[in-house]
Design a protein around this ligand. Sequence first.
Ligand code: PMP
Length: 297
Amino acid sequence: MPEPTPFHDRDGFIWLDGELVPWRDAKIHVLTHALHYGSAVFEGERAYAGEIFKLSEHSQRLIDSAKGLDFEVPYTVEQIDKICRDVVAANNLSDCYIRPLAWRGSEQIGVSAQATKIHLSVAAWEWGSYFPMEQRLKGIRLTMAKYRRPDPATAPSKSKAAGLYMICTIEKHRAERAGYADALMLDWRGRVAECTGANIFFVKDGVIHTPDPDCFLDGITRRTVIDLAKKRGYEVIQRAIMPEELSDFSEAFLTGTAAEVTPISEIGEHRFKPAEICETLLNDYMALVQPARKAAE
Ligand code: PMP
């Protein structure tokens, strides 16, 4: 594999604690609480033709995620929205990914972190399809993860918290090593939950089924796609889905800011054929997020 350009060594500007700084200068100290204790929350957003999709929902989720970790982001939704837009503009980006991050600083190292200051950074970079387009239309192959999404009584499972991605990275690596694109995670009860960075949907007899997001992220893309499906007249059932049911479904797909709508061809021994519903919702989603591009076609 070619070496990707490392993220610390790029041109451009990153917003850090109140100002846009040259990309390579956006640094923190090794004795930063977040690095040791996982006290960080983040967002993942996409801009299409310069417009950040559902920006305020992401900014609000960042604030809510931090509350789940017992800290306050010292900015309002409106301020975070503006910072994100400024970063996209400062880097001359049009179609890109935006990464806000809020974390506890270096004033205190220990389990108690009451004295730490809260920091905020926002970076943005050009980013195409999460999964290559030709692979996406064929459907991606998933394996089953071993780790499970935690019980809300065990972790702040509704926060987009850095620490919750520890098991996602382990599972993504396990999947990639075995030749799969991603892994499907069950929840703590053994129900189908989500993938390592995206929500999941299934189709049976023309009806859409998706797990209740009661212990994982109720994705902004997930909610958008449910609305699009309902607009098309499809019935959408949110319910507990057991892994034994996977053989009953004809289509399956992932949703997420990065993944957008990505059809699935395989989960372990189960096979799916991306068909009408995958295609319709993938097209509807892309048409919704890319009005400028769509109009130019
Ligand atoms: N679940 C996980 C674990 C994720 O990382 C993401 C991506 N943020 C999602 C679901 C989908 O969320 P969204 O549609 O808001 O990007």
